[in-house]
Design a protein around this ligand. Sequence first.
Ligand code: 6R9
Length: 647
Amino acid sequence: MSEVEVFPVPAEWAKRAHLDQAAYEAACRRVEADPTGFWTDVARRLDWMTFPTEIKDVSFNKEDFHIRWYGDGILNVSVNCLDRHLATRGDQTAIIWEADDPHISTKLTYKELHARVCRMANVLKAKGVRKGDRVTIYLPMIPDAAVAMLACARIGAVHSVVFGGFSPDSIAGRIQDCDSKLVITADEGLRGGKVVPLKLNVDEALKTCPGVTDVIVIRRTQAEVPMTAGRDHFYSDLKDSVSDRCDPEPMNAEDPLFILYTSGSTGKPKGVLHTTGGYLAWASYTHELVFDYRPGEVFWCTADVGWVTGHSYVVYGPLANAATTVIFEGVPNYPTSSRFWEVCDRHQVEIFYTAPTAIRALMREGDAPVKATSRKSIRLLGTVGEPINPEAWLWYHRVVGEERCPIVDTWWQTETGATLMSPLPGATALKPGSCTKPLPGVKPQLVDADGKVLEGAINGNLCLTDSWPGQMRTVYGDHQRFFDTYFSTYPGKYFTGDGARRDEDGYYWITGRVDDVINVSGHRLGTAEIESALVGHDGVAEAAVVGYPHEIKGQGIYCYVTLRTDVEPSDSIRADLRQWVRREIGPFAAPDVIQFAPGLPKTRSGKIMRRILRKIAEDDLSNLGDTSTLADPAVVDDLVKNRGHRR
Ligand code: 6R9
């Protein structure tokens, strides 16, 4: 293995940080020696109506499988994110909104945000939304997205945010699965100067969602949109008839806070369910530790609230910690590739957190768009969503951070609620490409395919042997699927679906998914979902989808498609299929390569040999492995000969 450059903790960081190396190690020892004391202290960072006495109650075993944290505690998330800051920080900026148009930005203080949340909460109540009801939110990156989430939390409704890039079909599936009666959307979204027809998409989706009785429409672009009488209401027509005070609903720590759909290796997307107390404690704790956060600092996480990163590090973690959080409507390269850094300068951003795919795309534009800006306010950089290649890490460090800013590479998942492994800027020496070490209380373990525990420096499948407060509690409506997906592969352990290497210093290096999930520009997609979209097309008999390394996106989408015998392969059907998948799932799921395949490599029992398809997609022909078990080994020759052109 080549020499890895190590970046030691800068002295000033060790001095100012919440945790330096010794304190980090002490915290790790304390969780072992006194778990109840440690986790009780984590709970203390929140304001409780009733402080919990039951702290951790977990079993990953089949016989008595259950996960409960702070089970007798009572609290309200919106109180923790708003009310408790009012006395001392009511006039502090809570949200800085930077619009897609670089000439527009606005600020909301904690007082103003509180009033807006209460108003929306009252509007929801007036529409009949009660504790436990599900509300679907399909909004652009505007402050109202955070307002809508917190308004649900205030009255105990369970939000399901659907990313604005999803298609009508995907919205419909998510509404039906959790049976929401109410949808909050906007007339249109704006991203990179392009209009996203949000209301039209909702209208299309609702054709198959008869259970939805109300749609609340926020005016963003003021575009004319069709309104169905009795069902659709402009928020501007509702908000003035309600009060801007709303008593918070007392919630049990284990009451649901939100559902967020995410792709798995099989079946339709799963409704990942997070609860109130443990989730918020973990979002807040990790936000403070990983970003070494102090109240009032300007924090910018570029993720969309439609993904878990937006939930935990645009809204809940930062607001619980009295942050000034930036909500950015736009994209990294509009109007120019300097946009991120101009926004940092304009709002004096101190901590900047984004995805490797954005870094790689900007790196390709060269140093000049970065160097045209000051970036002096930035002290700390972060990444999330996929492995970062050392080259991109080094560019981020040298060019963006001018070698002054540590980089926290945070590994986690929708299922984990918030970060599980990451450097702490005052405690951990950095290695480019490694998410380094677990946070205190997090217990990673590497196992081989048979579940044998692996020790020392080695590659393996990444499991967690114990729970943490932010762990998901169930798959909405399908608890058995929750157990089967995460706890049955390696009994008694949570299996992440990721592979990882541990090096001689105990640092972890995530190598990517070991299941049929692919990570495209930091967006998680199940290959099964794309396959199911493809075979929904009239011309397609069969399809198999795999990922392949893509310079900017991390992974690209490679589709092998067997057409029906009466359909001729052509560029036009290829374009048609691409468009079809965009429409079925969303634009970000558009295939990069479509190869027409007269046959797919299958075992004699009919199982598609994906290993071979992956190798061909990766252009790694030296190592196709044993093809003798195939029903028809000749199909492989055809696939190799007609390999697709990678975009
Ligand atoms: C937060 C988020 C989760 C999957 C995860 C892993 C990959 C996330 C990473 C990373 C390497 C990191 N992933 N962070 N891989 N280094 N720092 O992204 O959640 O959308 O559910 O994706 O993303 O493969 O399993 P989610």
